[in-house]
Design a protein around this ligand. Structure first.
Ligand code: ZN
Length: 446
């Protein structure tokens, strides 16, 4: 391999995430095609790689590309449409009627593009999605050069995407087949929630996920109300029902997980279930609080997601882990709960582990994929720099994300996306503002 196919990124700090809680001062990452092949002190660069092309980023920290573990990307078009409401009212009276009216390939294309643009500018290089028209979201993501784990939705009610359960499965399997061998896009089953998916469908998902070797991405225990409803309808708490259906294992990405008692935490830990924490969505909908400190103490792998833009309302993972760290301290009464390095692990290495991709992603280690985010810490807002990891969690704004690479390919340069047209995406969003907004005002006023 000639020196020309390799390049180097030198930064004031590299936060590799493995080993944990480590900051390497004045280090350089060497990239060859899609992989990191070396990580060394910049002082040794000239001698070891004399002719290599170098991008020098003084004042920057290199961190792994961030991984958003729970997203409904196309819902960006409903950002701010209905706020300050209870989950059931928000879903039944606002979000689901709007989706019924507007959701289709064009809606998902424009909404997912807006989300992907927001992800990229916030340092997110992979998102775990759950939405209708997953083929459209996959295509948008591929075109932009990001990674995604695309959910194959299953829900017990008809949408324009599928008329019945059989059709949800058939369309999902077709998409899974068409994405086989794709280097950037993988799939997961995405049953909506225990209250909206029947036992037969769960059993079918269990069997297929095993055969296809893909994760199962599920909203679980979002609210305390879900428990009473499940006891009424199935005679079991949701977690006990999932256990009976043999769904509790390392394949499960259980999103939200509020309302957990100590026995539940023990069950989750024993089965190796991955918990996905969405603190801002849970706080905004007053759904409940996930006991993250207790889960971590029990050895559970916890990662973090933004949820959709309709319940957050930004797709900002750096903001999300700041909230996660602060909430864990306040909720547990222990300021040592979820320290900064743990919070950062939740959107990098823990997330990669949840997806079964820890051998390729989640840390800046030779042999792994070159998914890298460069954060400019030279702004006055992040001075002085006593502790880089502390700053990334407690003081940095996502606007400080300057450059992003995915699989060795540069996608963001000085905050300018290289594969997405900002003007076109923004103007499409304004078209939807007129369509959805006009309809919504008419309905609300009726
Ligand atoms: Zn969700």
């Amino acid at each position: 391999m000639s020196e020309q196919t390799r390049y180097a990124i030198s930064a004031s700090w590299v936060v590799p995430m493995e080993p944990e809680n480590t900051v390497l001062k004045d280090h350089t990452v060497i990239i060859e095609q899609d992989k990191i092949i070396d990580l060394l002190p910049t002082a040794e660069l000239q001698q070891r790689y004399p002719d290599i092309s170098v991008e020098a980023l003084p004042g920057h920290a290199l961190i792994p590309g961030l991984i958003n573990m729970h997203a409904h990307s196309a819902m960006t078009l409903m950002r701010g449409l209905a706020d300050d409401l209870q989950l059931s009212v928000w879903l039944n009276d606002h979000i689901w009627p709007a989706e019924q009216r507007w959701m289709g390939p064009e809606y998902v294309h424009n909404g997912a593009q807006l989300a992907v643009l927001e992800y990229l500018r916030g340092g997110i290089t992979l998102f775990n999605d759950n939405y209708f028209y997953p083929d459209v979201t996959a295509a948008v993501t591929s075109q932009a050069g990001l990674r995604a784990c695309i959910g194959l939705p299953v829900i017990n009610f008809p949408t324009t995407w599928a008329r019945n359960t059989d059709e949800y499965f058939a369309r999902g399997l077709e998409i899974h087949q068409s994405l086989k061998g794709d280097k950037l896009i993988t799939t997961a089953f995405a049953p909506h929630a225990p209250y909206s998916v029947d036992d037969d469908s769960f059993l079918r998902i269990r069997k297929l996920a095993e055969e296809m070797d893909i994760p199962i991405h599920l909203h679980l225990l979002e609210t305390a109300g879900e428990i009473a409803d499940s006891e009424r309808d199935f005679g079991l708490r949701p977690l006990a029902r999932m256990q009976q259906l043999n769904l509790l294992d390392t394949r499960l990405l259980a999103v939200h997980m509020t309302a957990l008692n100590d026995a539940d935490i023990e069950t989750v830990a024993r089965h190796g279930v991955n918990v996905v924490h969405c603190p801002e969505s849970n706080l905004k909908l007053a759904s409940g609080i996930c006991p993250v400190a207790k889960l971590l103490d029990a050895g559970v792998n916890v990662s973090v997601g933004t949820d959709g833009a309709a319940s957050n309302n930004d797709l900002d993972l750096l903001g999300e882990i700041r909230t996660a760290a602060l909430l864990a301290k306040g909720f547990s009464g222990n300021p040592e709960a979820v320290p900064a390095a743990t919070a950062l692990a939740m959107i990098t290495i823990n997330a990669a582990r949840a997806l079964g991709m820890e051998h390729q992603l989640g840390s800046l280690v030779p042999g792994k994929q070159a998914d890298i985010c460069a954060v400019d810490l030279s702004a006055p807002e992040t001075q002085p720099i006593h502790n880089v990891i502390s700053h990334l969690v407690y003081a940095t704004n996502r606007q400080q994300v300057q450059h992003v690479w995915v699989a060795g390919r540069r996608l963001l340069r000085n905050r300018e996306p290289l594969t997405l047209d900002v003007e076109e995406i923004t103007s499409n969003a304004r078209v939807w503002q007129k369509r959805v907004g006009k309809d919504y005002v008419a309905q609300a006023g009726a």
